[in-house]
Design a protein around this ligand. Structure first.
Ligand code: NAG
Ligand code: NAG
Length: 211
């Protein structure tokens, strides 16, 4: 029993020593160093307010009872409460989102959060959700009903789709003050030259193919 406690303490001590030995995790896409501080915008995260001037409102965000407007191309709306909207989140490694879906087909298209795991709870409606693993890609999907919880591991491509004839509402916690989001279709088809996409899908025998 004693040695067990000792081992526990040792591993705790190791964990803490590692935690302080590593660089901090990035809190935004990048943070380019500049030699001249007058052009500096933020550190890793945001500058900290003088604690003497901090007020309760710094930790408060109202209005997440109000549905987002889903009258758009994809029929969904994400109301994200991250550090840009709730300044008290700075350095705390957490944020929150309300997800609204139009009936039958409201979709949050495949996307990834480069800095956050997402845990979602459905409060209204029926969602078909899923994520894809690193290579070799595997797809995990599930149909969720009110009260059901699903977790999307950090960095993996995932989606949420309303398969019912009613609105759907879900809330999601994200393990970053600034999770970031890359919507796959926009990033791939909107930005990258079509030739690159074509070459990504070329068959392995393409050099010997008769054109
Ligand atoms: C906060 O207030 C205390 C007490 O008045 C003072 O000693 C301290 O310097 C203040 N801190 C800052 C960062 O201004
Ligand atoms: C989401 O809903 C808010 C509030 O109704 C609205 O201002 C915003 O434009 C909506 N976003 C999209 C992408 O439709």
């Amino acid at each position: 029993m004693k040695s067990f406690h000792f081992l526990g303490l040792l591993s705790l001590a190791l964990a803490f020593s590692f935690a302080s030995a590593f660089d901090p995790s990035p809190l935004q896409d990048f943070c380019v160093a500049i030699p001249e501080p007058k052009n500096a915008v933020f550190v890793n995260g945001k500058f900290c307010k003088n604690p003497n001037l901090t007020v309760a409102e710094d930790f408060f965000f109202p209005g997440l009872n109000v549905p987002g407007n889903t009258g758009n191309r994809v029929g969904s709306n994400v109301t994200l409460v991250n550090v840009d909207k709730l300044f008290g989140l700075n350095t705390l490694g957490i944020s929150l989102a309300r997800l609204d879906f139009a009936p039958y087909g409201g979709l949050i298209p495949p996307h990834t959060h480069p800095r956050a795991t997402e845990i979602l709870v459905v409060v209204e409606g029926t969602l078909y959700v899923g994520f894809v693993t690193s290579n070799p890609n595997r797809l995990f999907t599930k149909v969720l009903y009110p009260g059901d919880v699903f977790v999307f591991p950090i960095g993996l491509i995932h989606f949420q789709f309303n398969i019912a004839k009613t609105n759907a509402v879900a809330f999601a916690g994200l393990s970053s003050q600034n999770p970031g989001v890359i919507t796959i279709a926009n990033a791939i088809f909107g930005l990258i030259h079509p030739l690159i996409l074509m070459f990504s899908l070329r068959p392995s025998n393409w050099t010997t193919m008769k054109w």
